[in-house]
Design a protein around this ligand. Structure first.
Ligand code: ADP
Length: 590
């Protein structure tokens, strides 16, 4: 851990080695293949212009800190991930690629890179770690963009304040790293990891990712950012906008999220309006906790489960944002391949899932609810009584504590994540198919049985049409559900990738027709998703475009991210819509 900024802590090295062996053992593709094409140049840039721009950048940052992307592409795996392309490619591996990667060592160097990009009109694409798997990984939306790999050299924990229960991190700080440092300092504080612990604390929050402790809304729990604007100017948000005494950071920077005047924080999340170089977060004081799960016997229990969760969540009796999963996920979190449960093509049948689930610790069931309670033991006990009484209204429901299931059951890893301990377990999904990769389809539904049913049925029908197993994980809050469908596909199978794209395109359109929109999406679906937020003659996108053009007149910063295109690119055929199911070439259409 000491000498590597993005690996795993020693407590997980055995698990990581096993996980790697399983994944690589399940690969039929070679580690890399010769490139079909040379360097993908930035748009409207000749090779000579590109080479002289790169030479200039090497002069400014040092030759080792700029790497041209001209070697064979290696997908690697989660902990050895590329910064050259989307490792979970859903189109040809060589389509969503950068022309080069640059490694700034400081905020000043980020400013230098941004000014360089403006000078040459070359698009830049900032990543923190680039482990945004399922949403585009490290790839820039515009092929040939220059990736700014912030994490490689900017990975310091700048501050942990035990009294304020907060921290300030640079982009390359992973959940693993922050967790280990808090343990080292023996501070009674928790972090809030998402399902996998190798991502960037800052990058995940910027992309509005979620975790599972009571501090699970990562952007809501941020406090203060330092941002390089597309002009190269520097901004501090929140109380950081006020200078501290004697040139120090403002003493309330990590205490209060806002400044005076409009709250501008939000426009830097899921956008392309700035590069975040420092970010503050609130940390939860550690507390007693108890994870548990309930199973429900019938697929049709679904509406009732959702309707029971709603008041429990609104009254804050549920301690965290719980997960509701289908029984099929009990199979794939074992890390076993689909071929061990099913032979032949096509999705598993309901009967196959049923008979395989029967052999597993939770037994034959349809839905599994994973929750965690927090606080003193008596509080947890009395809350659990209320929750058990509520779910007990569903005939055949069963309750399990971690002590009721074997040590390798998923409930134990949920128990860690929900108590702020970052893990790797969720990678086991990927063993489902050879060369496994995944895409997330993530609409928001109201927490109401009938609405959840509408979304679920539509997603289930689309999966069946395209021959994919449906893996739904519902993160259910009091008023909304993040419905996450994990589409697992074989990277070596071009036809399967095309089917996955069709499936995504259709689900986006069909959900939007009913008023359900995605909270986040893969780069290549961002235009389509953004276009569904069209109320008032695209009022929201027109505002985003106005801001984009004002802040980034040369259109250099992450063009196309979240569907926001700068003036220079708009209307030139870059946008990808519902009709773009065969994305053989990512670039302007004639
Ligand atoms: P992680 O490795 O934590 O999953 P990434 O580094 O891939 O996350 O970040 C996810 C996405 O968020 C990136 O693709 C990028 O668009 C955006 N992003 C990440 N870090 C920054 C940053 N420091 N400034 C601006 N945008 C960022």
């Amino acid at each position: 851990m000491e000498d590597t900024y993005s690996g795993v802590p020693s407590r997980l090295s055995k698990e990581a080695a096993e996980c790697r062996a399983r994944l690589l053992g399940n690969r039929t593709l070679p580690a890399s293949q010769p490139r079909k094409h040379g360097v993908r140049l930035p748009p409207d840039t000749t090779l000579e212009q590109f080479e002289s721009a790169i030479q200039d950048l090497r002069g400014k940052l040092g030759p080792d800190n700029v790497e041209v992307n001209d070697k064979a592409l290696v997908d690697g795996w989660y902990l050895e991930h590329p910064n050259t392309h989307d490792a979970f490619h859903i189109v040809d591996q060589e389509e969503l690629v950068s022309s080069a990667a640059v490694f700034p060592g400081s905020t000043e160097e980020v400013q230098i890179i941004v000014r360089w990009a403006n000078q040459y009109g070359i698009p830049i694409y900032p990543i923190s770690l680039g482990r945004n798997v399922g949403y585009g990984g490290a790839a820039p939306r515009v092929p040939g963009g220059v990736v700014i790999d912030l994490g490689r050299r900017m990975h310091n924990i700048l501050k942990i304040d035990g009294e304020n229960a907060s921290c300030v991190v640079e982009p390359g700080v992973t959940y693993f790293k922050l967790y280990e440092e808090i343990q080292r300092q023996k501070l009674p504080l928790w972090i809030d990891p998402p399902d996998l612990g190798g991502g960037s604390v800052l990058g995940n929050a910027i992309d509005r990712g979620v975790g599972y402790t009571p501090y699970g809304d990562h952007f809501a729990n941020h406090c203060g950012m330092e941002i390089v604007l597309p002009s190269g100017e520097l901004l501090r948000t929140g109380m950081g906008a006020m200078p501290g005494p004697d040139g120090e950071d403002n003493p309330t920077w990590q205490s209060f999220q806002h400044a005076f005047g409009p709250s501008v924080n939000g426009i830097f999340s899921q956008s392309n309006f700035g590069i975040v170089t420092k970010m503050g977060f609130h940390l939860m004081p550690e507390t007693n906790n108890q994870s548990y799960c309930f199973t429900f016997p019938h697929d049709d229990d679904f509406e009732q489960i959702v309707d029971i969760i709603r008041p429990l969540a609104q009254q804050r009796i549920l301690g965290n944002i719980p997960q509701l999963r289908h029984a099929i996920q009990e199979l794939n979190v074992t890390g076993r391949p689909k071929s061990s449960f099913h032979s032949g093509a096509g999705p598993m049948t309901r009967d196959e899932v049923r008979s395989a689930a029967k052999e597993l610790p939770l037994g034959d069931c349809s839905w599994v609810f994973y929750g965690t309670q927090y606080g003193p033991a008596e509080t947890i006990q009395s809350q659990l009584e209320v929750i058990k009484a509520a779910f007990g209204r569903i005939p055949g429901s069963r309750f399990f504590l971690p002590s009721d299931v074997p040590a390798d059951h998923y409930l134990h890893s949920r128990s860690l994540v929900c108590a702020g301990v970052p893990v790797l377990r969720e990678l086991d999904w990927l063993n489902w198919t050879p060369n496994g990769a995944h895409l997330f389809f993530s609409p928001i539904a109201p927490t109401r049985g009938r609405d959840a049913r509408t979304v679920h049925d539509l997603i289930a029908a689309a999966h069946a049409r395209h021959g994919f197993d449906l893996f739904p994980t519902l993160c259910v809050a009091g008023r909304e559900i993040h419905y996450i469908a994990n589409i697992v596909y074989d990277r070596a199978d071009a036809a399967e990738k095309r089917r996955a794209v069709r499936l995504m395109r259709e689900m986006i359109a069909e959900c939007a027709a009913r008023g359900f929109g995605e909270y986040r999406t893969h780069l290549l679906f961002a235009d389509q998703v953004a276009a569904t937020y069209s109320w008032g003659d695209r009022a929201l996108m027109r505002l985003n475009e106005t801001i984009k053009d004002a802040l980034d007149p040369n259109g250099v910063l992450a063009p196309g991210r979240n569907g926001i295109w700068p003036r220079r690119y708009r209307g030139k055929g870059w946008e990808l819509g519902a009709e773009d199911v065969d994305m053989d070439r990512i670039g302007p259409k004639a």
